[in-house]
Design a binder for this molecule. Structure first.
Ligand code: A2P
Ligand code: MG
Ligand code: MG
Ligand code: MG
Length: 308
């Protein structure tokens, strides 16, 4: 589809469509029943859904935007995909109804890096915690996370529709969700279910939360912040990588929240950065003071973070 909208708008608009197609692939693999699980490392699985969803996303994006750097969690993919995995359209609603932020109108393909996590929450997927699975497509411009799509293939809406797609673009806002403020009389923190350790726990204890939600997936935890189910996402450990946080950071910040490492620094998302987010993840919902939370994190936690 020909479209004269600025590049960033076309990338977000097509990512909305592509993430939806990837979500259908993820449901189809589950329906067929053979997940084709491969162990990449300790607590680190890959399934046929991760592989196929990545092929769909990278093949579609690289055909539409041949000079953009695309980095996917599952490494080099075979881009020879079935025709119906190749998405060539943009989400019209997004592209036609939103104005590109002025600072992003002149961006070129060479300024962009797209970080793809075809299935965030693989361990949740294999264990049946399907609501926590997301498809993440993050868009970085000149090293900074500016746009992103979080698709939740197993979300069930009240109308019975399956799946939802949330987008965010800094300076433009968010769509696909109506952000809700977290409660004002309790302090709720969301964190990892499967990658905890004593430092992760020390950081949580230092904040004295009324409740700790332990759920898998970086995308899902940021959705909990947008839904007002938690005030903060606190993960004082390495483990997450750039594809886990690029889209969530952009979507959260487009809604007025903030996502940094455990020292309050934004990660960089240029094409030459190292993949691991060695100094953890701290996300806060709109209206929650990121700085106040940072000030409560004890020195032994910050000193335990891997410094770049
Ligand atoms: N130690 C790890 N090894 C591999 N991936 C990790 C690790 N820790 C976190 N992740 C990735 O970060 C996401 C959020 O972590 P957690 O669920 O522990 O909060 C996970 O769903 C996983 O993404 P993925 O499922 O895409 O591999
Ligand atoms: Mg993985
Ligand atoms: Mg992930
Ligand atoms: Mg993944």
């Amino acid at each position: 589809m020909a479209c004269s909208a600025p590049l960033v708008m076309r990338v977000v608009g097509s990512s909305i469509k592509i993430a939806n197609r990837a979500g259908k692939i993820i449901r189809d693999v589950m329906c067929r029943g053979d997940l084709g699980i491969v162990e990449k490392g300790k607590d680190d699985l890959q399934t046929e859904a991760d592989r196929s969803a990545q092929r769909c996303i990278v093949a579609s994006l690289s055909k539409l935007f041949p000079n953009v750097t695309i980095i996917g969690e599952e490494g080099q993919s075979d881009l020879n995909v079935p025709d119906d995995w190749l998405i060539t359209e943009y989400n019209k609603d997004f592209v036609e109804r939103h104005r590109c932020p002025e600072t992003l109108t002149d961006v070129n393909e060479s300024d962009l890096v797209i970080w793809v996590d075809p299935l965030d929450g693989t361990s949740e997927y294999t264990q049946g915690f399907l609501e926590r699975v997301t498809v993440l497509i993050g868009i970085a411009v000149n090293d900074r996370a500016v746009g992103g799509v979080i698709h939740q293939p197993y979300y069930k809406s009240e109308s019975g529709d399956v799946g939802r797609t949330i987008w965010g673009l800094k300076g433009c806002g968010t769509g696909g969700i109506l952000p809700v403020k977290p409660p004002s009389d309790r302090f709720l923190v969301t964190t990892t279910r499967s990658h905890s350790n004593t430092i992760v726990q020390t950081a949580l204890d230092s904040l004295s939360p009324d409740e700790v939600l332990r759920v898998g997936g970086a995308g899902y935890k940021v959705l909990q912040l947008l839904e007002g189910k938690a005030h903060a996402y606190v993960f004082a450990s390495a483990g997450c990588k750039k594809w886990d946080t690029c889209a969530p950071e952009a979507v959260l910040e487009a809604s007025g929240g903030k996502l940094t490492d455990m020292l309050g620094r934004h990660y960089r998302y240029g094409k030459d950065v190292s993949f691991p987010n060695g100094s953890g993840v701290l996300g806060t919902a709109f209206g929650v003071s990121h700085e106040e939370i940072l000030s409560k994190i004890p020195d032994n936690v910050t000193k335990a973070m891997d410094m770049p």
